[in-house]
Design a protein around this ligand. Structure first.
Ligand SMILES: [Zn+2]
Length: 419
C-alpha cells in the first residue's frame, strides 16, 4: 500500500499524481485531508485507468466528503457574547452530538463501511477514538454546566460518563419551542459531522490523519485549557499582494498571532520576488512553520525527510525571526514511527482538531465560519485549520471574534506554543 502512494514505482501512479497535481491547482482542491490524491493512491493500479478516464471526461468534480457538515448559526436564538451564553450554546451542541455518537455504537463494521462509503474499517481505532471523544464530551459538558442554575436551558445533572451518556441519549428535544429550528438543523449537522470523524477513525492508522496522534511530539489541541484556540493557516505563501498579505494584515489589526505552515516550493519563489526582509515583515508577529517542500503525503513519500529538512532549512535561513519549531504534514499524513526523526530535527508536529473545510470548493465562506463556530462550541478548545491560499478565512475570523466577544475565548499566541 505504501508503494502505491506518492513517489511509488508504478508508472500509472506517477502519471496520475502529476495529472492531479495540475488539476487541483485549477480547482482549488489543494489541502483536503480526504483528498482525491490519497483516495486514488489507496486503490490498486488496476483501478487507475478507469479512474483516470473518468477524471479526463469530467465525471469527477469534487474531493472530500460528499456531504459536508455546515450548520446555520442564525437559528440559535441566543447571544454567545458572554461566558454564560457560550456555555449554554456549548451544552446544546454537546447534547446533540453525544446521542449521535451513542447511536453509531450499535453499527457493526459492515454497516459503517456502507454508511461511510469506505472499503475497510479499523475497528480497534474506531473504538479507541470513540472512547477519547466520550471523555472529551464529558469534560466539556461539565465545564459548560459549571454555572448551571435550575431554570437554565440544557442543564442536566451529570456526575460521570455513564450519567452523561444516559442524559444525552435521553435528550430528544429542547424544552423551549424557540430552540426547535436550531435543534432540527443541529441534528443534521452533528450526524454528518460525526460521519466525517468516524471515517477518519475507521481509516486510521493505515491512512492516518489529524484524528489521532502517534506520540507526545504531536498535538491537535484537543487537550488544551478550556476556551483556548489557535488559528493556523496552511499552503502559502501566495504571490505578493495575495491572500497571505490580506490575511496577516487583518490578523495584525486584531492583535492575533497565528501559525502559518508554508510550502518550500511556494516560499522560495516569493522570497526571490519579494526579498527576505519584505517577507519577514509580511509575517511579523506570526509564527512560520514548514508544511513540507511539496504538498504530498509525508507518510509514504520516500523523500519525506528531505522535504521536511529542506523546507525547514529555508525558513531557518531566510526567516529566522518568525520561524516556528512546528511542522505540519500535508493532509495530516505522517509516518507512525516519525517521532524520533522530528525530535532529531528539533521539530514537533502540529495537527488540528477543528477543520474549517475552507479548502473544500463545496463549502462557501459563510458555511465555513458557521461550521467553525459550532465546532468551537462542541470541542471548546484546539487548533483551527484554515488556508491562506483561500479567502474564506478573511471573512470567517473577524466574524468569529465578534460572535465570541466577551465569551471568555482565548486566542492563543503562536509564540506561547514554542518549546
Ligand atoms: Zn496543506
Amino acid at each position: 500500500m505504501e508503494g502505491a502512494r506518492a513517489g511509488g514505482s508504478g508508472w500509472w501512479h506517477r502519471k496520475l499524481a502529476r495529472f492531479i497535481d495540475t488539476w487541483r491547482v485549477f480547482t482549488g482542491l489543494w489541502c483536503s485531508p480526504t483528498h482525491l490524491y490519497k483516495e486514488f493512491a489507496m486503490r490498486s493500479r488496476w483501478l487507475m485507468m478507469p479512474l483516470l478516464l473518468s477524471l479526463l471526461t469530467g465525471a469527477l468534480h469534487a474531493a472530500g466528503p460528499q456531504l459536508v457538515a455546515a450548520p446555520q448559526r442564525d437559528l440559535w436564538p441566543d447571544s454567545l457574547g458572554s461566558n454564560a451564553g457560550f456555555d449554554r450554546a456549548s451544552r446544546a451542541e454537546l447534547l446533540v452530538f453525544a446521542p449521535a455518537l451513542a447511536e453509531s455504537e450499535s453499527m457493526d463494521a459492515a454497516t459503517l463501511m456502507t454508511r461511510l462509503k469506505i472499503k475497510q474499517v479499523d475497528e480497534a481505532s474506531v473504538a479507541r477514538l470513540r472512547k477519547q471523544w466520550w471523555q472529551r464530551l464529558l469534560l466539556n459538558y461539565q465545564a459548560a454546566s459549571a454555572a448551571c442554575v435550575s431554570s437554565e436551558p440544557f442543564c442536566l445533572p451529570v456526575h460521570d460518563l455513564d450519567g452523561f451518556r444516559k442524559a444525552a441519549v435521553g435528550f430528544t428535544a429542547p424544552a423551549e419551542a424557540r430552540y426547535a429550528s436550531w435543534y432540527d438543523n443541529a441534528l443534521t449537522f452533528h450526524r454528518t459531522y460525526l460521519d466525517e470523524l468516524l471515517r477518519l477513525a475507521a481509516l486510521f492508522p493505515r491512512t492516518n490523519s489529524e484524528v489521532d496522534v502517534f506520540s507526545p511530539r504531536e498535538i491537535t489541541g484537543s487537550d488544551w485549557p478550556d476556551r483556548h484556540f489557535q488559528l493556523s493557516f496552511d499552503d502559502g505563501p501566495t504571490a505578493i499582494g495575495g491572500g497571505t498579505d490580506r490575511l496577516v494584515t487583518m490578523l495584525r489589526e486584531h492583535q492575533l498571532h497565528a501559525l502559518f505552515f508554508v510550502l518550500g516550493e511556494r516560499l522560495q519563489p516569493r522570497l526571490q520576488a519579494a526579498g527576505r526582509d519584505a517577507m519577514a515583515q509580511t509575517y511579523k508577529g506570526m509564527c512560520v512553520g514548514a508544511h513540507g517542500w511539496e504538498h504530498k503525503s509525508h507518510s509514504g513519500w520516500p523523500q519525506w525527510q528531505d522535504s521536511v529538512i529542506r523546507s525547514t532549512a529555508l525558513i531557518q535561513a531566510q526567516l529566522p525571526e518568525v520561524q516556528s519549531p512546528w511542522f505540519r504534514p500535508p493532509f495530516g499524513q505522517r509516518r507512525a514511527d516519525s517521532a524520533a526523526f522530528f525530535q532529531a530535527q528539533g521539530l514537533r508536529v502540529a495537527l488540528w482538531n477543528i477543520d474549517s473545510q475552507d479548502w473544500n470548493s463545496k463549502v462557501d465562506a459563510d458555511q465555513v465560519r458557521q461550521r467553525v463556530l459550532t465546532l468551537m462550541l462542541l470541542w471548546r478548545r484546539g487548533v483551527i485549520l484554515f488556508h491562506d491560499i483561500h479567502d474564506k478565512a478573511q471573512q470567517a475570523v473577524p466574524w468569529l471574534l465578534q460572535q465570541t466577544h466577551d465569551a471568555g475565548v482565548v486566542w492563543t499566541d503562536c509564540h506561547d506554543l514554542d518549546g
